[in-house]
Design a binder for this molecule. Structure first.
Ligand code: HEC
Ligand code: HEC
Length: 310
């Protein structure tokens, strides 16, 4: 029930209000049934009439409900109490059976895990690179990838703007089997600061030209030369003096013409002006180490296969 409140579906105050209203109405049902229990009237000439009700010669007797009829009412009310006692119908009381759809789901997950855990744990005992050579493991890894990773990295693993291509063998962070596993387990947070305050627009333009020159695409040699100084004093701290990046920070290699956000003048200028904050979520709590282990093997194997020669 705390889940209900935590999820904001209902506040505790409203839950109590509804619960009390429910119990009070059930009790009221019993009271009404009992209060209206009157003696059966003999059909004499002077009957107990219900008020003055007579209509076209038809008179309404003030008779009790037939017993079986009243008992049906009692049964439904007692059924309701029994149900609310066993199941979480009142929200504020989880019910004696502690039944919930969440626990039902948890049980199913537990059952499924009991079947797959031995398989996954066996792979966990091997290192990622060994697992990456195992066809069966890669099939499982591929399915996990299609379930948990494609919304950001794409079904073909080639990513999109801001979401890195995982199969070009060009890595922001360590592309070793263990490095990939660390990325998936712990997540990564790339922080490219915004330089709108620190640098003037023409300094940013020069820095952008310098960045372009690193992949041989500068359109103004003088501007790029001016950007060189800015790069060495500010940007080199993260991207390296040669612009080849730093996998410890996730600072991209700026010389290889492979872009996370885009390599046009406009996009590079925007990157420098506004900064970028790429976030790869941590998956260790969501998936657990054995699954992450298989995913790392899958990503590594795919990057080796598809990125070969790069
Ligand atoms: C919510 C989007 C999102 C999901 C889901 C996601 N990723 Fe990522 N991933 C990112 C982003 C963004 C980055 C780049 C982080 C950065 O810019 O520093 C990244 C980076 C990575 C990297 C590092 C790439 C490199 O060049 O070093 C790997 C490996 C990776 N993800 C694998 C996975 C796997 C495997 C999954 C599925 C379990 C996954 N990701 C799920 C967004 C996501
Ligand atoms: C504090 C470290 C740091 C500094 C200083 C820094 N960068 Fe970055 N830069 C990064 C990181 C980390 C990323 C990747 C951001 C992400 O993953 O979202 C990045 C991304 C970029 C990109 C995008 C590359 C792509 O593939 O789309 C460009 C361009 C860039 N930086 C240029 C510069 C320039 C020019 C400077 C100096 C004015 C600079 N950076 C200073 C850390 C830094």
């Amino acid at each position: 029930m705390s889940d209900v409140f935590a999820s904001g579906m209902m506040s505790a105050g409203w839950a109590w209000y509804v619960a009390i209203l429910t119990v009070v109405s059930l009790l009221a049902c019993i009271w009404i049934l009992r209060a209206n229990r009157v003696k059966k009237v003999e059909h004499t000439d002077e009957p107990h009439l219900h008020g003055e009700n007579a209509w076209d010669g038809l008179r309404e007797f003030d008779n009790p409900l037939p017993k079986w009829w009243a008992n049906l009412f009692y049964i439904t009310v007692f059924f309701a109490f029994g149900y609310l006692l066993l199941y979480p119908g009142l929200i504020v009381f989880p019910g004696l059976l502690k039944w919930s759809t969440a626990s039902l789901y948890a049980d199913e997950v537990k059952q499924a895990n009991a079947e797959t855990d031995p398989i996954f744990n066996a792979y966990l005992k091997q290192d990622v690179k060994t697992v990456a050579a195992d066809k069966g493991a890669l099939q499982i890894g591929g399915r996990l990838f299609q379930t948990y990773c494609v919304q950001c990295h794409g079904t073909d693993m080639r990513g999109s703007k801001g979401f890195p291509n995982l199969v070009d063998n060009d890595w922001l962070y360590a592309g070793t089997p263990e490095g990939i596993k660390t990325t998936i387990m712990e997540g990564r947070n790339g922080v490219m600061p915004a330089f709108a305050e620190q640098l003037k627009p023409d300094q940013i333009a020069d820095a952008a030209q310098y960045v372009l020159s690193l992949s041989g695409r500068s359109t103004s040699a003088e501007s790029a030369a001016r950007g060189d100084a800015t790069f060495k004093t500010i940007c080199a701290a993260c991207h390296g003096a040669d612009g080849k990046g730093n996998p410890a920070l996730g600072a991209p290699n700026l010389t290889d013409n492979v872009w996370l956000y885009g390599g046009s003048v406009a996009t590079i200028t925007e990157t420098i002006t506004k900064g970028r904050q790429g976030k790869m979520p941590a998956h260790k709590d969501l998936l657990g180490e054995p699954r992450v282990h298989l995913l790392a093997a899958y990503v590594y194997a795919q990057s080796q296969e598809q990125g070969a020669g790069k």
